[in-house]
Design a protein around this ligand. Sequence first.
Ligand code: K7E
Ligand code: CUA
Ligand code: CA
Length: 631
Amino acid sequence: MSDNSEDQKQSRETGGLSRRHVLGTSALAGVVGAGLAGGLVSVPSAQAASSSGPAPKDFVPPGQLDEYYGIWSGGQSGELRILGIPSMRELVRIPVFNTDFTIGWGITNESKRVLGANFPAGGDLHHPHMSMTHGRYDGRYIFVNDKACTRVARIRCDIMRTDKIINIPNTQSIHGLRVQREPRTGYVFCCGEFRVPHPNDGRDLNDPSKYFTVFTAIDGDTMKVAWQVLVDGNLDNTDADYDGKYVAATCYNSEGGVNLAGFMRDERDWVVIFDIKAIEAAVRKGQYKKIPGSDVPVVDGRHGSKLTMYVPVPKNPHGCNASPDGKYIVASGKLSPTVTVMSWKKIGEYFAGKLKNPRDIVVAEPEMGLGPLHTAFDGRGNAYTTLFIDSQIVKWNVEDAIKAYNGQKVNYIRQKLDVAYQPGHNHASMGETRDADGKWLISLNKFSKDRFLPVGPLHPDNDQLIDISGDQMKIVADGPVYCEPHDCNLIHRRVLMDKVKRVWSRNDPFFAETVALAKKHGVKLETDNKVIRQGKKVFVYMTSAAPTYGLEQFTVKKGDEVTITITNVDTIQDLTHGFCLANYGINMEISPQQTSSVTFIADKPGVHWFYCTFFCHALHLEMRSRMLVEA
Ligand code: K7E
Ligand code: CUA
Ligand code: CA
């Protein structure tokens, strides 16, 4: 349905606005200008760039800060990444389900307490979402899912560290994850994607009639499962309303299939909608079961239940996105060229018994193009849907789509923009909140093909920055990223900047257990440098202050269980020390005012230097001491 000349016009526009091109032009102009003025030819400064024509919209001059935090899924890396937007510069990586040698995630005792003792090797992180209060980001937490190992984690925004990870029972593979918007988060909703028997202990292997999955609500404050809902079919993506009443999820396997043909058999699947208040009431009244092996209330939300409704929608829907005006929930069709627009108000009427047919809540089903996956919103009544197969983003108007559904002759499509290539999620700045500001859109493209220098058969993804502030979408920049970010949030810096700590506070709960153990040992972490032996257990306490550790050496015996606890007594921000123990595979970060600890068996006798791994001082290389292990 895209008009050819329109497409050509757009590709002309996007071609003319590539980042390389614009930067190249202004750099050249800067050089020419300097030459004409008789000055030295130098690297063009920010001023030179802006005085020689308009700076590209994503240009953030040296020393200036980005306007948005980009909270990026790290995909198969299991980590979360934070970018500055619009510059697309990566600021930090936050290990979540993965191990990380830079900060010692998976190595330090503090991280192991979060990960659990026998944590799996990695995770597949798809969906990061910040906690909200009254439909607005509140800067407390970011919640993320692990599709690989059926887990959900919470990241504390003040220190940007993972502080809780939990396993979700009675399902396999958590995919969709969203937060309760009203009154606050509150619940973290997550979708169990794979159906398996429960208990999954080998007794019912190849009897799919015994397979099922559940929808889960986690209490975001305690990180305990509050309740689960047994559903028909499976669950893919989810999103909640702005009133705290309902939450919806797409299902692509209504068939209960166990292979591709099975997942695709029927022409329709469904969106399942959960009545939060009714579920809470059922749990209060004890109308639930517990599934052997877990201790969480599971209510029955299968067909016929009053707690849920099943809305038939075209084949294998995927993305599930609530509009920031609080009115609609949009399911993207994937194998159907349509998206289905549903009204939260009508959902309320259905649950109140005023509407009989679940399809009565559908207010529009506009055609988009091939492979609609996810939809974003600009807060001005427009929606932006990715088309995976067409490699496009469609801008469309929601109210016009509703008019067209009601038989009026209106064109709801505003623009189709080619992206490079095969987009999955997109995300608009503040677009999943009441503060949707319609400035930037990110298209998270799965394929980059020829857009970057070749780096081997594994290509980076290509995340494109799109200016949506005007009538027409305009691509401003390409951003290569290590695959595979599925999703991101664009969060205005006003939400976070003042909440993020620059230096640890000494009473941070992140290392409180370590501090409590030191207290039991009678150790004052900020001043004491000593070794305490309890049988075969040895506790080594020391400070770090650039450029020395508090101990020049300590001695243990082969086979001892050694716990090294280091407190960085430096107070200057950015003055991080490290602790790397040679030939023991141990490294950890100790940032200003932080206490970090690690426990290991001293199984290799001899001299082992430990050294600082963060360049903290002119004498940083000299910041090293010895562990002597007696044979
Ligand atoms: Cu569409 Cu995991 Cu959000 Cu990937 S999911 S794209
Ligand atoms: Cu301390 Cu380098
Ligand atoms: Ca299906």
